[in-house]
Design a protein around this ligand. Structure first.
Ligand SMILES: *Cc1c(COP(=O)(O)O)cnc(C)c1O
Length: 444
């Protein structure tokens, strides 16, 4: 992190300040309207638990640029590795003149992902691109076409991944027609499921839909986020994921874990699948993989991964050398700095604080999550009716007070916390205090 960046929340102008207002006017005149922004301020510097804006305001970062800068912004090892690589060469295209960094990232992914079977990896640029390629691989391997996804799922914004994503606004509305052969099954959603639906029953419910509406004979892959991201940080009931994995194994269906948001120490394990006790056939990673540089990957069983013919997979930039150098430095940082344990500590701080808040405010309907991926689902007092307005009010108040916090959820009623693991306890607690005040203020 830049030495100059003081780890302190500090506002020196109204939010947004005059420079951000000026830049926002330029943005509105120059950038397509389809790109929205959560914060009204423009960044100039970031590191540790702080993002500093163009007016000199310092914000506590509880978003990590959507779970990307897990090791911190401009993490020292990442900066050094990228600087060294950028001076050596910036691009040759791995499909033209390969380089060691790509192979080393594949080796690291094969080592770090769940299961000790033989694996292969392939690298891409974005999460959506990797999800698409996981489907290509599963179809090539099974010679089947159908894909099952789940309620509340988010898998990206390309055509195939829009079809896989559940929520219409803002992700899909008006952008169809969507890719065919995508089917949706019910998820395990402990807060909203009937109380007698445990993980095993929820899996039976999903498998029944899959067997009746798709049929294993037609089904190439089941794709699921072990903990749902955009859909609301939904942690499925114990037993749900293992039962799905078992069913896939018994039916020649490829089980694909979309760990784009949950991977790389985010959930207090290297991958969320580790904590859920499952070994996916294929695992998709992106976001936290390279300390902020664009990189994504599909990793999995060698026989499945090798199903595609030579040159069937690829892309001009996939596994760019700068991104690979950053990924190796990111993995080194996670291991050298004990960031998995750090995520577990952050989980305790966040869950304790939010449970205390929940104890005297029943609008905090559900507090859930693992590691540094924790959320609170907001409802109208005395009900379980989603309260998107309250969510927006609290998030906006936090932004005004110098805390970056994101919302999510099918009903827009989930506040989600994704701090960088480089944040200090003090800043994290202060950020949560600001939130508690924002809640209290909505009661008066
Ligand atoms: C963000 C996300 C994606 C899409 O990744 P992009 O890099 O934005 O294309 C896919 N799956 C999950 C679970 C995500 O959180």
């Amino acid at each position: 992190m830049p030495q100059s960046l003081e780890q302190r929340r500090h506002l020196v102008t109204a939010i947004p300040g005059p420079r951000s207002i000026g830049l926002m006017a330029r943005k509105n005149a120059a950038v397509a309207r389809g790109i929205g922004t959560t914060m009204p301020v423009f960044a100039v510097e970031a590191g540790g638990g702080i993002v500093k804006d163009v007016d000199g305001n310092s914000f506590i970062d509880l978003g990590s640029g959507i779970a990307v800068t897990t090791v911190g912004n401009s993490a020292p090892r990442v900066v050094d590795a990228v600087r060294e690589q950028v001076e050596a060469f910036t691009h040759t295209c791995f499909m033209i003149t390969p380089y060691e960094g790509y192979v080393a990232v594949a080796e690291a992914l094969n080592r770090l992902t769940p299961g000790d079977h033989e694996k292969r990896s392939v690298l891409f640029n974005s999460g959506a691109e990797a999800v698409e390629n996981a489907i290509k691989i599963a179809r090539a391997h099974t010679k089947k076409q159908a894909v099952v996804v789940f309620d509340h799922a988010y898998h990206g914004r390309t055509n195939l991944t829009m079809a896989m994503t559940a929520k219409s606004m803002p992700y899909k509305s008006g952008f169809g027609p969507f890719a065919p052969e995508i089917y949706r099954a019910p998820l395990s959603y402990p807060y909203r499921d009937a109380k007698d639906i445990d993980g095993e029953l929820a899996a039976k419910r999903a498998i029944n839909v899959i067997e009746k509406q798709v049929g294993a004979d037609n089904l190439a892959a089941v794709v699921i986020e072990p903990i749902q991201g955009e859909g609301g940080f939904i942690v499925p009931a114990d037993g749900f994921l293992p039962a799905l994995v078992d069913w896939c194994q018994a039916n020649d269906v490829v089980f694909i874990a979309d760990e784009v948001q949950t991977g790389f120490a985010r959930t207090g394990a290297m991958f969320a699948s580790d904590r859920e006790g499952i070994v996916p056939d294929l695992l998709v990673s992106a976001k936290g993989i390279a300390g902020g540089l664009p990189l994504s990957a599909v990793t999995g069983r060698a026989d499945i991964m090798d199903a595609s013919h030579v040159s069937g997979l690829g892309g001009t930039y996939g596994g760019n050398p700068l991104a690979c150098a950053a990924a190796l430095a990111t993995i080194e940082t996670i291991e050298a700095e004990g960031l998995i344990e750090r995520a577990q500590k952050i989980e305790r701080i966040m869950l304790d604080t939010l449970h205390r808040l929940q104890a005297d405010d029943d609008r905090l309907g559900d507090v859930r999550g693992r590691g540094a991926m924790v959320a609170v689902e907001l409802v109208k007092s005395g009900t379980d009716e989603p309260d998107a307005d309250l969510t927006k009010t609290v998030a906006t108040a936090a932004h005004q007070a110098g805390v970056i916090v994101l919302t999510c959820g099918t009903y827009g009623n989930v506040l989600r916390f994704l701090p960088p693991l480089a944040i200090s306890d003090e800043l994290l607690i202060e950020g949560l205090d600001v939130l508690a005040t924002a809640f209290t203020d909505t009661r008066s």
